[in-house]
Design a protein around this ligand. Structure first.
Ligand code: MG
Length: 236
């Protein structure tokens, strides 16, 4: 037998084991959601009703640079290079409703209708066109960015309105230390895609690395013209 082969066969199998990295993530199943809900319930705090951006600002408190078109269905549209928009109102634990529409583009992967709904400005529920479009599973639409893959892919095609209904429980904090993690449930187009997941901490692009008892809603401007409408919050 060839000497090199003999040495190779004699080597302990641990040398051939995979490095201790994360297992490859599998893309979730693709499903078709049912018809759209919904208008705001009577006890909701309205964050955006389609008439103006008065309740929103840039990260550094300047007037929001996004476009608000009160005629075309009362939507706001991300304007590239104007930055994220941050709600002036804040909340602790809450039920949050957001509607969004992906633009029709030729982009691929993360370069396809990228935006994001950041709860407390810290935890991103990814907004992306993942309808018949692939990217890394923990970065696709409905992922808690780089933390949790959605249970299924419930995306509608670009150009159609989609909904996020989010139940958020803020992290419990005592003396500046976290005693319980924030928790998140996400229903996308009426379908459960995140089931009470424990948030590991703020995601990339957060407005702060410290977790807080209350915070704003932040909509990410990632260079793409993603639309939003009908945003409301019910504090819990
Ligand atoms: Mg994003």
């Amino acid at each position: 037998m060839n000497r090199a082969l003999v040495i190779l066969l004699a080597m302990p199998s641990v040398l051939f084991a995979q490095p201790a990295s994360q297992p490859a993530l599998k893309a979730p199943p693709v499903i078709t959601p049912g018809a759209l809900p919904t208008s705001a319930p009577s006890d909701a705090v309205i964050y955006f009703d389609g008439t103006s951006l008065d309740n929103w600002a840039t990260r550094d408190g300047k007037p929001a640079g996004w476009k608000c078109d009160s005629k075309a269905g009362g939507a706001m549209t991300g304007v590239p290079k104007t930055g994220d928009v941050v709600s002036k109102k804040t909340f602790g634990s809450a039920q949050i409703h957001v509607e969004f529409m992906e633009p029709v583009t030729n982009g691929e992967g993360q370069d396809r209708g990228n935006s994001g709904v950041y709860i407390h400005g810290r935890y991103e529920v990814q907004v992306l066109d993942s309808y018949k479009s692939e990217t890394y599973p923990d970065g696709q639409c409905g992922a808690v960015y780089k933390q949790y893959v959605p249970l299924v892919n419930a995306c509608r095609p670009p150009g159609e309105w989609q909904t996020y209904d989010i139940i958020f429980h803020a992290a419990k904090l005592e003396g500046g230390k976290r005693t319980a993690p924030a928790r998140l449930t996400v229903v996308h187009n009426g379908v459960l895609i995140q089931d009470n997941v424990e948030l590991q901490g703020p995601t990339g692009g957060a407005i702060g690395q410290e977790e807080t008892a209350t915070g704003p809603l932040l909509l990410q401007e990632h260079g793409h013209e993603v639309k939003y409408r009908n945003i409301w919050v019910r504090p819990l």
